[in-house]
Write a protein that binds this ligand. Structure first.
Ligand SMILES: CC(C)(COP(=O)(O)OP(=O)(O)OC[C@H]1O[C@@H](n2cnc3c(N)ncnc32)[C@H](O)[C@@H]1OP(=O)(O)O)[C@@H](O)C(=O)NCCC(=O)NCCS
Length: 189
């Protein structure tokens, strides 16, 4: 299956669209920050690293084969402000599995933007991409992230303790997931 969705994806308050070269400053404004990077695999990025990441992301707009990712800039519909980014990775073609990710600028936390944007990606994953299960993971100390997973209706499936190193220290990681049927019944509840 090849999937190249039409963009933008629109929600009540947001537009989700592919990244463009003009996003470098907007991305650096959040990816350059220590507090944002704390639970990300990457350290804070320099402006040049943001430019490189954006160059990659301009091609991350569809699914052709396993491992492909759709990474979208999230902007407000009202004024086009870049508030963050969301991603959906096609983890398994055979088992129709996907993985969600999210990063938002702290100035735009606490407004439900991450919930609204990731709900649009669940819609894409279970809709056009025909996924069976979508999961997400985070450091167990990243409470805003796992609370977001719970708002999305995901179930905590695993709590791994010291199963790897995160930034040089033993990690603690939560896995959350939602099945297509669970998502459908939440939608129709
Ligand atoms: C994870 C992250 C996206 C969560 O952000 P968030 O602001 O908590 O999530 P949302 O945008 O969905 O906002 C939810 C909050 O807005 C409130 N809210 C306000 N208006 C709302 C609305 N219209 N709809 C829904 N929630 C609303 C909710 O009550 C909730 O507040 P609470 O946390 O006090 O309960 C954010 O912390 C982040 O980007 N962190 C840095 C990067 C990172 O760690 N990424 C994850 C790596 S695994």
């Amino acid at each position: 299956m090849a999937l190249y969705p039409d963009f933008p994806l629109s929600t009540e308050r947001l537009r989700l669209r592919p990244f463009t070269r003009g996003d470098v400053d907007g991305v650096f404004a959040y990816r350059g920050r220590d507090d944002v990077a704390r639970y990300l695999f990457d350290p804070p990025l320099s402006r040049e690293e943001c430019a490189l990441a954006i160059q990659q992301r301009t091609n991350q707009t569809g699914f052709l084969e396993e491992g492909d990712r759709i990474v979208l800039a999230v902007e407000t519909a009202e004024d086009g402000n870049l508030v963050g980014e969301v991603s959906l990775i096609w983890r398994s073609v055979e088992a129709r599995q996907g993985e969600l990710g999210w990063i938002f600028h702290p100035d735009h936390h606490g407004r439900g933007y991450a919930t609204e944007a990731t709900n649009a990606l669940l819609e894409l994953g279970f809709g056009a991409a025909d996924m069976h299960r979508i999961y997400a993971r985070c450091d167990a100390r990243n409470e805003p992230s796992w609370r977001l997973m719970e708002r999305l209706g995901m179930r905590r499936e695993a709590h791994f303790r010291e199963h790897g190193l995160f930034k040089g220290l033993w990690d603690e990681e939560f896995y959350y997931a939602i099945l297509r049927d669970e998502w459908l019944s939440l939608r129709h509840a």
